[in-house]
Design a protein around this ligand. Structure first.
Ligand code: UT7
Length: 332
C-alpha cells in the first residue's frame, strides 16, 4: 500500500499593526537598544492592542488568509489544532473560537500547550490524523498574544516577547513530501525556570496574586538559555543523523526565534550556513508558538518543492524538538 504523508499545502501569518520598538522599551524599563540587539537580535516586536482582542484574532486572521490562498472553503476543514499558551480563556479552546470566527462549521478543534515547541507538537499531532487516512484537511495554528502575560516593568522578559502567529494547511499526499519525521521531547523539571505562577488550579487568582504580579511570565533567562542552546542544537542534529541527512541536504533551518545567539549555535551544530537560516526575530521578537509558522510565511516565496527543511524549537516545560519536512510546492 502506498504510504500517505501529511504535506503542508499553504501557510499564512498575521502580526498586529502596533510596533513596539527597543527605543519605546527604553522609556518603560532600564534597558537600551544596544543591549537588546546584541544580546537577543531583536529590534522591534508587534503588540495586539484593543479591548477584547485575544489570541483568536491572530489565529483567525492567519486562517482566513490560509483558506483564501489554498482555495479552501471553511466548511471543508476537518480539524483545527491551535498551539498557544495565551488562550482567549482557560476554556473553551481558542481553536473552537477560531473555527467559529472563520466559519469552519464542520471542524472540531482543540488547543495544545507546549509553549515555544507548541507548533512542532501540533504539526506532529495533526500529521498523524492525515497519515492514518482519518482526515483530509487539518489546520495547524501557532499563535500567542504574549503581551497579555508580560510584565512591562520586568526588563528580563518584556524586551523579548511579541504577539503574532501563523497557520498551515495539512493535506494527504502519496508523494515523498511533507512531514517526514519528528523528535519531540519534554522535561517537567524545567518548570521552575519558565512559567506563570498563578491563575492555574495550583494557585487560582486572588487579590494577592495580582498584587504580587504572579499572572505574568517568569523566566530565569540565563538558565533557560543554557538548556536551549544545547537541547535545540542536539535535537536538530539528532533528527538529521537519524534520517542520514547531511548539512548539504538541508535547504533551510527554521529555528524558534527566541534569541539570535541560540539560533546561531543551532546552525553551527548542524553545519548549516547563515544563508540557509530563516530569521525574523529582529522584526517580531519571540512570539512563542507563533515563531515557526511566521518564519515559513515570510520565506514562503523562496521555498521550492522537495526542499529539505529542519524546524527546531525549545521552550517552557521544558519542551523541545525538531521536525524534518520536505516542502510540497513551488512558489505560486
Ligand atoms: O522562547 C522560550 C525559551 N526562552 C529562551 O530561549 C530565552 C533564553 N534566554 C535568553 O535569551 C537570555 O538569557 C536573555 C536575553 C533573556 C538574557 O540575556 P543574558 O545574556 O542571559 O543576560 P543575563 O540575564 O545573564 O543578564 C546579564 C546582565 C545582568 O546584569 P549584571 O548582573 O551582569 O550587572 C542583567 O541585570 O544584563 C542585565 N540585563 C539587562 N540589561 C539591560 C538583563 N536584562 C536586561 C535588559 N537591559 N533588558
Amino acid at each position: 500500500m502506498t504510504k500517505i504523508r501529511a504535506a503542508i499545502t499553504g501557510v499564512h501569518g498575521y502580526v498586529p499593526d502596533y510596533v513596539l520598538t527597543n527605543h519605546e522599551l527604553e522609556t518603560m524599563v532600564d534597558t537600551n537598544d544596544e543591549w537588546i540587539r546584541s544580546r537577543t537580535g531583536i529590534e522591534e516586536r508587534r503588540i495586539l492592542k484593543g479591548e477584547g482582542q485575544g489570541t483568536s484574532v491572530i489565529g483567525a486572521e492567519a486562517v482566513k488568509g490560509l483558506l483564501a490562498k489554498t482555495n479552501t472553503k471553511a466548511e471543508e476543514v476537518d480539524l483545527i489544532i491551535c498551539a498557544t499558551v495565551t488562550p482567549d480563556m482557560p476554556f473553551p479552546a481558542t481553536a473552537n473560537i477560531i473555527a467559529d470566527m472563520v466559519g469552519a462549521k464542520n471542524a472540531f478543534g482543540y488547543d495544545l500547550s507546549a509553549a515555544c515547541s507548541g507548533f512542532l507538537y501540533a504539526l506532529a499531532t495533526g500529521a498523524q490524523f492525515i497519515q492514518s487516512g482519518t482526515y483530509k484537511k487539518v489546520v495547524i495554528i501557532g499563535a500567542d498574544k504574549m503581551s497579555s502575560i508580560i510584565d512591562y516593568t520586568d526588563r528580563a522578559t518584556c524586551i523579548i516577547f511579541g504577539d503574532g502567529g501563523g497557520a498551515v494547511m495539512l493535506e494527504p499526499t502519496e508523494e515523498d513530501l511533507g512531514v517526514m519525521d519528528s523528535i519531540l521531547k519534554s522535561d517537567g523539571s524545567g518548570a521552575p525556570y519558565l512559567h506563570m505562577k498563578a491563575g492555574g488550579s495550583r494557585k487560582p487568582a486572588t487579590v494577592e496574586t495580582v498584587a504580587q504580579r504572579e499572572h505574568f511570565a517568569f523566566q530565569e533567562g540565563s538558565t533557560v538559555f543554557k538548556f536551549a542552546v544545547t537541547n535545540m542544537a542536539d535535537v536538530a542534529a539528532e533528527v538529521m543523523e537519524k534520517n542520514n541527512l547531511t548539512s548539504n541536504d538541508i535547504s533551510w533551518l527554521v529555528p524558534h526565534q527566541a534569541n539570535k545567539r541560540i539560533i546561531d549555535a543551532t546552525a553551527r551544530r548542524m553545519g548549516v550556513g547563515d544563508d540557509k537560516v530563516m530569521l525574523n526575530i529582529q522584526r517580531y521578537g519571540n512570539t512563542t508558538a507563533g515563531t515557526l509558522p511566521l518564519c515559513l510565511w515570510d520565506y514562503e516565496p523562496q521555498l521550492k518543492k522537495g526542499d529539505n527543511i529542519i524546524l527546531a524549537a525549545f521552550g517552557g516545560g521544558f519542551t523541545w524538538g525538531a521536525t524534518w519536512l520536505k516542502w510540497a510546492y513551488d512558489p505560486k
